[in-house]
Design a protein around this ligand. Sequence first.
Ligand SMILES: Cc1cc2nc3c(=O)[nH]c(=O)nc-3n(C[C@H](O)[C@H](O)[C@H](O)COP(=O)(O)OP(=O)(O)OC[C@H]3O[C@@H](n4cnc5c(N)ncnc54)[C@H](O)[C@@H]3O)c2cc1C
Length: 557
Amino acid sequence: MLKTYSYPKYVYHRPPELSGAVSRRYPVVIVGAGPVGLTAALDCHLHGIPAIVIDDDDTVSVGSRGLCYAKRALEVLDRVGVGQAVVDKGVEWNVGRTFFGEKEVYHFNLLPEPDHKRPGMINLQQYYLEEYLVNRCNEVGIEIRWKNKVVSVAQADDHASLQVETADGVYGIECDWLIVCDGARSPIRSMMGLDIDGRIFMDRFLIADVVMKADFPAERWFWFDPPFHRNQSVLLHREADNVWRIDFQLGWDADPQAEKQPERVIPRIQAMLGKDREFELEWVSVYTFQCRRMNRFNHGRVMFAGDAAHQVSPFGARGANSGVQDTDNLIWKLKLVIDGKAPAALLDTYSDERCWAADENILNSTRSTDFITPKSNVSKQFRTAVLQLAQKHAFARKLVNSGRLSVPAFYTRSQLNTPDIDAFTGMMEPGAPMDDAPVRVNGHDPVDSWLLDHIGNRFQLIVYAKDLSRIDSAALSGLRQATIGVEPVIVTSGSDAVPGIRTLHDLRGRFAQRYDAADGTVYLARPDQHVAARWRTFDSKLIQAAVQRATCTLAKA
Ligand SMILES: Cc1cc2nc3c(=O)[nH]c(=O)nc-3n(C[C@H](O)[C@H](O)[C@H](O)COP(=O)(O)OP(=O)(O)OC[C@H]3O[C@@H](n4cnc5c(N)ncnc54)[C@H](O)[C@@H]3O)c2cc1C
């Protein structure tokens, strides 16, 4: 018998509101202890916002759900303290191969460049991700109320109130801000009468998690019309603990109940892997998928994030990956609003920026699903022609779409960006998610690390300097004193350090290369590791104006 996962059971505690405690108003309540709600709670903790989490269940995600966590989500998980556990347990991969029949027609590498801390993708069962997030919440003392079910929501101008059902009865709770991460069906979205628009895909997929010992490489393999599953597609991924995820496309007419039965599933797997391969079924489900999103993600005191706000098909692994990036975008903004340092209008930019990201994800996911499930004979003929041509011609490979995998959104249209006034090349434009680079922390005891380990959770000004003697440390340190303080960070090609300022040595010149940095170049980084502005020279007035623009506090001229 091969080992399978044993689900933790978290303990329900009678809530203080039902034990005679005086009901108090919480700064933030988060509904949903899925990957998005738990990440939001950890991010609140990092920003010093007291938050509690309410969930109607008492364990982690059951069955086959998310497995691929992309580089950007791993960077966010690093920031909240869970990235390393995910990487240690998960299966790292960068290469994906697509086959037509038996022949490989195309392959890609998610991370062709060296010198990034995190790989293109880590495969890990969603239950592990959630378990690590819960462990981290417990470590830092975040209260999670298991088996507490929100049954009604109302909001006033300055707060939201909830009714919560437990085994000990129903209680009421108030909060200044409510973050809703209650999943695709989002009961709170329905309670508030809010719409979510999009489309359902007329296809069904059998998803089997299979425990077996196999020496296939850690790569994503996708087949169109393979000999072992004619006229449909199949996807194979490796996960932790020798679990393999196999997705079989079934077609819309398939009977979901019948297809889940082992006597139907096992022959499909044997046809694929051969009759001699020993395996056990860990979990089997049949899914249909939708691509849809809410019109806005913020509604007064209530913020929606993750699947509650938007959903995509899994071809592209954009669900949890994008949900985690929602909270990355939201929490620093909420902190500034809670502290009275920014107006509530800053929260509108959460909705704007993450709606663009959701649209990009939905577009990519829809295109992949349309390629995998052609809607007409003409589309199917086009797909066959593309797959045949792709075996020989590079131009056709670009048209093969078995899922364009999750990449972070560039908020280049955001009102929070300060447009460039100086000339730059490369990708690190205002709105871009910041690229990583290997650095050495300078000083008496040098340590090799990564740029993104030093960036985040506050505004920072990254100054690239070849000659440290020209650094005006008093002016740089002065940035810390503003209402919204900015921490200076120096990246240098030399090996000296500036006392009192975090100084990083650009270990292999990757920072200079990726950020098109010359002596004196400065980058203003947002707390979520996105570029807010950049210049060729330091000018404290321009920097302060850029911080104000990035926080909606710039006085109108
Ligand atoms: C087959 C499949 C494969 C996938 N593969 C990937 C992948 O590879 N990569 C990826 O990034 N994503 C993937 N996804 C998507 C991913 O699973 C979801 O995007 C992710 O779970 C969303 O997280 P969430 O926290 O928003 O919601 P959920 O995980 O759904 O969590 C919602 C939580 O809210 C709780 N809740 C609901 N209602 C209430 C209530 N009234 N009161 C209190 N609590 C409540 C629920 O119990 C639950 O714990 C896949 C999904 C499927 C189905």
